[in-house]
Design a protein. Structure first.
Length: 73
């Protein structure tokens, strides 16, 4: 992942953690709501970055594809 790809991810995780702590969420459904709300923030952040830069945030450099090359021993 590139730095710009990681930024919305970090925002989403930090938001989810903050929501969980502030709401004192317990149980699967409240935690799922925290995660969904945090993910929505990350999604809006990604879209805003794309709107401002005019470029997609998700790069074509995929770890799975990069890791699938054969190694030379």
């Amino acid at each position: 992942m590139t730095d710009i790809e990681l930024d919305p991810d970090h925002v989403g995780r930090a938001t989810t953690t903050t929501l969980h702590r502030d709401r004192e969420s317990q149980g699967m459904e409240p935690l799922r709501k925290d995660a969904k709300d945090g993910g929505a923030v990350a999604g809006r952040t990604r879209k805003d970055i794309e709107r401002q830069t005019g470029k997609p945030v998700v790069s074509p450099r995929n770890f799975k594809r990069l890791g699938s090359r054969r190694r030379r021993d």
